[in-house]
Design a protein around this ligand. Sequence first.
Ligand SMILES: [Zn+2]
Length: 594
Amino acid sequence: MRSLIVILLCVLSVPVTAQENRDDLTPLHIAYTTSVGDDKQTLRIDMSVDHIARPTVHLAMPDWTPGAYGIGRYGARVNGLTVTNGEGRALEVLPMDYKTWSVNTKGSKKIHATYTLKPGGRRGRRRTPAARAPAGEPTGLRLSGPSTYLYVVGSKHVPVSSRYEIPNGWKIANGLLPTGDPAVRHARDYDTLIDAPTTLGIFQEHTFEVAGTPFSCVFFSNDQQYDFDIAAFVDICKKIVKSQGDLYGSYPFPNYVFLFSLPGGGGLEHLNSTTIGLNPSGMKRDVRAGASVTSHEFFHTWNVKRIRPKVLGPFEYEHENYTGNLWVSEGWTSYFGDLTLARTGIISRQEYLSKIEGFIRVELNKEARKEHSVYWASRNVWHRNRADGLPRVDYYAKGELLGLAIDLKIRHETDNKKSLDDVMRFFNRWFAERGVGFEEGDVERACTSISNHDFGEFFARHVRGVLDPPLKECFAYAGVEYTENHLTASLPFSVRRRGADRRVMRIRDETSGEIRSGDVIKAIDGDGRFDTTTFLAKRTAGDEVTVTYVRDGKEGEAKVRLLERRTMIPSLRFIENPTDRQRQIREAWLTGND
Ligand SMILES: [Zn+2]
């Protein structure tokens, strides 16, 4: 004790002198400039950081993109990083690892970093390159924030500005706040900056308002061909926006931008925007082809962007962020996404049931469901084995089925006075509007308290456990009959329908003979309009059938033997004479009205 006091006295007796490099608590001023190169494909990023009072500044790139749960190592894409001080003199830059650089400021209050981006680096589950421009003369490009912008370690919370230097005739579209300068946008912090994907180029823009809130639909195709009914599709977007806004009672943003691109597929959610890829031939056949993904991504505006598990914001970009609740954040988003289409009449009630039948058939025929719960599938997303190709439990589809079952059960238990709509509104008030995330057990607690029915057993069996959801019981509450039939024979390969094509995905057995993965199946036993389920219902294992296929543009024929394999075929049907209670639940469920 004595000696410690002596040491302390020695420390305290050091005379205080001026400290050149102390942090004086002045917030940094950070500004980015994104410049499109003369080739209209490459990007240069300039980043200026002012009001520095530190001997070193660490600059870093994120490792992943929120919403795409996979490590992307974007730091490996930063090319030719140089840093100068306020007078343009080069400063020493020391790489700390593949994503972090240490800059010796030498007392300078201002630094200026410049770099370009290497193409590629597509290691995340979703492809999120910094800029994507298709083949041909570029007429625009699309930017993803996490793989584009460096951040100052310790200062992600600071407001930033973003300037875009683009070729003549190009425009800027993103969800960031406009400023007096049309080339400059503002973001309240780094998270918000990189949450705003940006389309730079020549594009079509259609706008509408709902309840005084402006919405914009941007369509970008590099060949500038938009061969589908854009007005009809914008009308679909408007119906989705209105229905989901009605569910929550208001919109949590000042404006919203849908960034559609063609050709493409999938989508990614953001705070007040979304990127969605559309398939041109699918959209030409039926503009509703883009409705489900649009409805899903828009519902994310609440569910996951604001109603979020605690670990999903503020984001930690340098490592995986685990949650067992993606079956809610993604699965319930799919549930409400598809339900919105039925509620708005974008699809018929019969089409809605067919869609659900499809999910049941896929999910409840997977062997993996007997081992893996949706809770486990959610947590394990970062470590999915992408190579084995075997069907895994899908927290999107299985989560959608569980959302549906829970919704109908709440309606039944409360005499149709409460529903999953109320659970979402509760989450919105209690968590989203207070800006906080929810804990692992809050979903179960919310379902229990809204319904006054103990959901403990349901969650233990069907969420953390691996028992199939009680679909027959839950559908019956809404007067929907659920039946299961079984096929005993199967083709020795799996087939996926894409548009008009039926393509071989996976070979199940060597009895597939000549058939290879990727072949397009034209006919079975000479029937070009075959329906696999109907065909197999009349066959037994061991039967030999003739398959006509196309590979590399050439047609061929192969004899294959059917396998013994049990497949469950679900069937859903609205019963014709429902009870009053069933009718009330059905109407409230499929209209969203009480
Ligand atoms: Zn999603």
